[in-house]
Ligand binder design. Structure first.
Ligand code: SF4
Length: 324
């Protein structure tokens, strides 16, 4: 089976319906043994130093991995994707543009999804069947999330890992489902975590590789991974279109706040970490979140892949101590 890359969560059901292996390029980048070496590859061909590390990692993964095509999300994700795609065109990589409509218009989303359905030459009814087949694994992910914030038996990193991987199910839905099932069986029999401080993590997935471990060493635990949870589609949907309209991440800060605010309350969150990526346009949205979120709030920034720097660690330590 050939592999189809994508730059952020897309309707994976269409790729699976076509009998292809879905590959979230972000997960390949950050899961690499040496992700900084991928950033270096992009800089060597001329990607500027002041460009986001994720984009550089995605570029390197795209040229190194054996992909049949890449679905490029041109709207609803990253302002750098167009230039990323243009540099991949130079390498003769087949690209399929996709856009989430900014105004969350269902008819426009249908047109975009039809483009993907046509490209992969699949039937909508079969896509819908795949969507229904994925419901049990998505329910397991919702269970994992509940075991994080309600039962306190899942760590912030474990929650992050499984939810972030649900964009492509690590390329193998059956194996992913089995691994997740095994994990939940093990976690069920644990003693609950006892950290005093309950944190929310908002923003794009962190490029800092030990963030969750550092927070737990400081006596706090992330019990809400906002964007990662959205990747798992944590709601009931009437059809494939409804599913990707309810999904909040591509539709801007206000759509995301509709999900974030009730979850902060439900999960009894003591403090919010807003993670921003160096050189990312999303840093500007920090203004909107700060104005709307009434829970203690800290913004941190990550640049290169790797362990947390000393300054960020000190700021988080002071933040958590303040919450205690
Ligand atoms: S972190 Fe921001 S700039 Fe970087 S890839 Fe994601 S959306 Fe784009």
């Amino acid at each position: 089976m050939s592999k189809i890359g994508f730059t952020t969560t897309v309707p994976v059901e269409i790729i699976l319906a076509a009998g292809k292996i879905p590959v979230d390029l972000n997960n390949i980048f950050i899961g690499h043994d040496n992700p900084q070496s991928l950033v270096d590859v992009a800089e060597e061909v001329g990607y500027p130093r002041n460009t986001c590390g994720w984009i550089k990692g995605l570029y390197a993964v795209s040229i190194q991995d054996d992909l049949e095509a890449i679905v490029a999300v041109m709207q609803g994700d990253c302002s750098n994707t167009q230039a990323l795609m243009e540099t991949l065109q130079l390498k003769n990589i087949k690209l399929v543009p996709f856009a989430f409509p900014f105004d969350r218009n269902k008819n426009l989303l249908k047109i975009q999804m039809q483009t993907l359905i046509d490209f992969f030459n699949v039937d909508l009814s079969y896509v819908e069947r795949i969507r229904e087949e994925l419901i049990p694994v998505r329910k397991l992910l919702h269970k994992l999330d509940e075991m994080t914030w309600k039962d306190n038996k899942v760590s912030g990193f474990e929650n992050h890992y499984y939810l972030v991987s649900s964009s492509d199910f690590n390329g193998d839905v059956k194996k992913y489902n089995e691994d997740l099932n095994d994990f939940l069986e093990t976690a069920k029999n644990r003693d609950p975590f006892k950290e005093k401080i309950r944190l929310a993590f908002m923003g794009v997935p962190p490029i800092i590789t030990d963030l969750y471990q550092v927070l737990e060493s400081l006596g706090a635990r992330v019990v809400f991974n906002e964007v990662q949870r959205q990747f798992s589609m944590p709601f009931t949907a009437s059809d494939i279109y409804d599913q990707y309209i309810q999904y909040t991440y591509p539709y801007g800060a206000f759509a995301r706040l509709e999900d974030i605010l009730p979850e902060l309350e439900k999960r009894k969150i003591d403090g919010v970490i807003h993670y921003t990526q160096t050189f990312c346009f999303r840093q500007i949205e920090d203004i909107i979140y700060r104005e709307n979120i009434k829970v203690p709030f800290i913004t941190i920034e990550g640049d290169k892949p790797g362990k947390m720097d000393g300054r960020t660690r000190m700021r988080l330590e002071a933040f958590i101590n303040m919450l205690k």
